[in-house]
Design a binder for this molecule. Structure first.
Ligand SMILES: Cc1ncc(COP(=O)(O)O)c(C=O)c1O
Length: 385
């Protein structure tokens, strides 16, 4: 929906029924359900009931989702794979990287989501050596902390765009450029970023970018997108495959494996049709708001939140500068589960990780939501660290 009609944020909020009863500010965990996405789920059930097996339509929806996602990140549809999880996408790439050609090292950071680390450790069976880049002198993992760890043995850098624990937002363009200079590819986990800002994979000159539809893409679990820069696609031969990864998915030839020359080669079996229909509807909402406008809106809300938390003498695990944090703000707590429960009892839905309360605004949140969070934090100051 490249030419989506823009709608203002208040009109978009009205599409999310959860706000009738709750202050929902937990997109880092799961995006709120809109009427539009609900209608897409219903449309899937309707077509199943009425037509039974509309495979042609499902394949068209798959390609529609691929094209819409590609347009959102300024990629070509041929550079986009559609999978059911980030784990599957990262696993397909990891399984295809060679570690026997003079480079065997994988750098991961302590900001990775488990699945990003685990998939690279799994490659130790094929000769990979995983090294972990921890927090540097700044208290965060800055691009220079990662690039200082590069060696002439580094094959891959795994870097998270926005950390799910503290909201740190990595400069993935700088990391990718430095890694490429050193002869390594960079695989970015953008799960906590997609849907929160404009992303141009060409301008940022990224290699691989993975993200799913669960959170700020406003759709559902069970759908993931992966961008792979064109020249890399045929250099990586996955060891996990299936009929939707073939050059002709209708060839139905079990006597050979004929990978697609596009990023479809990183796919595997039957696509998640219902999730794809929901995913298109979620992307419609993002297009209607505009990713750059979403970022502006959320930065504004987060500045208000941070100022209010400071007034309460609260402290942050997230960096202060919006350039260095994503949509999620992590607030230090003495008992984060108790704080989430206290907010829940006031009808405010949040989540926590690692000693921090996570407040994650999106296009549907407004200043009243932030003020409600601040009022609840004021009541529970003893739980702020
Ligand atoms: C940064 C990050 N990566 C990946 C995932 C999910 O990975 P998968 O799609 O494999 O469940 C999440 C959240 O669930 C996440 O926050």
């Amino acid at each position: 929906m490249a030419n989506a009609q823009k709608r203002d944020f208040a009109a978009l909020r009205a599409e999310f029924p959860i706000f009738h009863d709750k202050v929902y500010i937990n997109s880092c965990s799961y995006g709120a359900l809109s009427n539009h996405v609900r209608a897409a789920f219903a449309a899937y059930l309707d077509v199943r009931e009425e037509e039974g097996s509309p495979w042609q339509m499902f394949v068209e929806k798959l390609e529609q989702a691929r094209a819409q996602f590609a347009a959102q990140i300024n990629a070509s549809p041929d550079e986009v794979a559609i999978t059911t999880s980030a784990s599957q996408a990262i696993g397909a790439i990891a399984s295809g990287v060679r570690f026997d050609q003079g480079r065997d090292e994988v750098l991961i950071t302590d900001y990775e989501f488990p699945t990003s680390g685990e998939n690279w450790f799994a490659q130790e069976a094929r000769g990979a050596r995983v090294r972990i880049v921890g927090v540097g002198p700044s208290g965060y993992i800055l691009p220079e902390d990662i690039t200082a760890a590069l060696t002439d043995k580094t094959a891959v850098v795994a870097a998270t765009h926005v950390c799910y624990r503290n909201g740190f937002r990595q400069d993935v363009a700088s990391v990718t450029a430095a890694a490429r200079d050193a002869g390594a590819i960079t695989v970015v986990d953008g799960f906590q970023c997609l849907g929160t800002e404009a992303l141009d994979v060409k301008a940022a000159d990224l290699d691989v970018y993975v993200g799913g539809a669960t959170k700020y893409m406003l759709a559902t679990a069970g759908l993931c997108f992966m961008y792979v820069r064109k020249p890399l696609i045929e250099q990586i031969t996955p060891l996990i495959t299936g009929w939707f990864a073939q050059s002709d998915i209708f060839a139905m030839d079990h006597r050979k494996n004929d990978f697609s020359s596009t990023a479809r080669r990183f796919e595997a079996g039957t696509p998640p049709n219902v999730n794809i229909m929901a995913g298109i509807a979620g992307m419609d909402m993002i297009d209607e708001a505009g990713p750059a406008e979403i970022r502006r809106h959320v930065v504004g809300l987060n500045e208000r939140l941070k100022a209010g938390v400071r007034d309460l003498q609260g402290r942050f695990a997230s960096p202060d500068d919006p350039k260095w944090h994503g949509a999620m703000i992590a607030i230090k707590s003495t008992d984060e589960n108790a704080l989430v429960a206290a907010l829940e009892s006031d009808g405010i839905v949040t989540s926590c990780r690692d000693g921090n309360l996570r407040i994650s605004a999106h296009l549907y949140n407004n200043q009243h939501d932030v003020d409600a969070v601040l009022a609840a934090l004021d009541k529970n100051r003893s739980l702020l660290a």
